[in-house]
Design a binder for this molecule. Structure first.
Ligand SMILES: Nc1ncnc2c1ncn2[C@@H]1O[C@H](COP(=O)(O)OP(=O)(O)OP(=O)(O)O)[C@@H](O)[C@H]1O
Ligand SMILES: [Mg+2]
Length: 255
């Protein structure tokens, strides 16, 4: 893998029984890059992400994520890999019986950090995602967007080089979706590579980011949309267009 790549996927195949979930997939993600992984249901997006964070292993081929190589990794080292790769999901996967602070702190406890270090960092990250005031609440008292921000805080508290997001806005309404995208772009501008899976091409195609299209376990297209630039500017455009479309829908106005 070239030095500037943080993810390298080489001839990756994953079969479940006789069924191919991924077929000879090749993909590189550069250090600090933002990539949308788009494809319909069943395309293999979640499978690809699971193989990258080594929750599962390939039938054939190889994944390199940071300094971890799927074919040689010591399975006991997986907790250390979780420090380098943050992961967020559509359903947040928070611990329902722990408060917000603890949900984030837990990601540091597994790696044996000192408790004052944990406290300092968790407070810092919760402030960054705008949830310091909710630190003592249980997840069920939070809105969906707030819960996803807790999950994001947990995923980035160890300052990972890679953040994987599997349909992170799938359960959220458009305003909150925008807020989560904004947060992901901000994390990315701090140098973390982000790979975000979504089935919603129309949501992501206007940000000028790289889009990888997956279908039936095969990459069909890998392209940059637009001219790149700062995605947060595009987010404002997106908001403006969406408000306009919403208005057209309610007023029946066409153009
Ligand atoms: N644990 C499993 N056992 C058997 N088949 C599986 C398993 N996980 C995934 N598959 C199959 O692999 C294929 C790819 O599934 P995957 O969940 O990766 O798709 P996806 O692109 O994430 O879809 P969605 O948008 O619905 O989340 C599907 O055909 C699915 O049924
Ligand atoms: Mg999926």
């Amino acid at each position: 893998m070239e030095e500037r790549n943080v993810i390298g996927v080489y001839h990756l195949t994953k079969k479940y029984g006789d069924q191919y979930a991924l077929k000879d997939v090749n993909l590189q993600v550069g250090n600090g890059e933002f990539v949308f992984l788009v494809g319909p249901s069943g395309a293999g997006k979640s499978t690809l992400l699971r193989l990258i964070y080594m929750d599962e292993f390939p039938t054939d081929g190889q994944v390199v994520a940071g300094s971890f190589v799927s074919t040689t990794v010591d399975r006991k080292k997986i907790p250390y890999l979780r420090r380098k790769i943050g992961v967020i999901f559509q359903d947040f996967k928070l611990l329902e019986d722990r408060d917000v602070f603890e949900n984030v702190a837990i990601a540091m406890r597994v790696t044996g950090e000192k408790s004052y270090e944990i406290k300092k960092l968790v407070i810092h990250i919760l402030t960054q995602v705008g949830l310091y005031h909710k630190r003592n609440d249980l997840p069920r008292k939070l809105s969906g967007g707030e819960q996803q921000r807790v999950a994001i805080a947990r995923a980035i508290v160890n300052r990972p080089a890679i953040l994987l997001a599997d349909e992170p806005t799938g359960n959220l309404d458009p305003d909150v979706t925008e807020e989560i995208l904004r947060l992901l772009f901000r994390i990315n501008s701090g140098g973390t590579a982000v790979l975000m899976a979504t089935h919603n091409l129309s949501l992501v195609e206007n940000f000028g980011q790289r889009i990888v299209h997956l279908k039936d376990g095969i990459i069909h297209e890998d392209r940059l949309t637009g001219l790149g630039g700062n995605p947060s500017d595009k987010l404002s455009e997106y908001r403006w267009n969406r408000k306009r479309l919403d208005k057209q829908e309610t007023t029946g106005e066409l153009r």
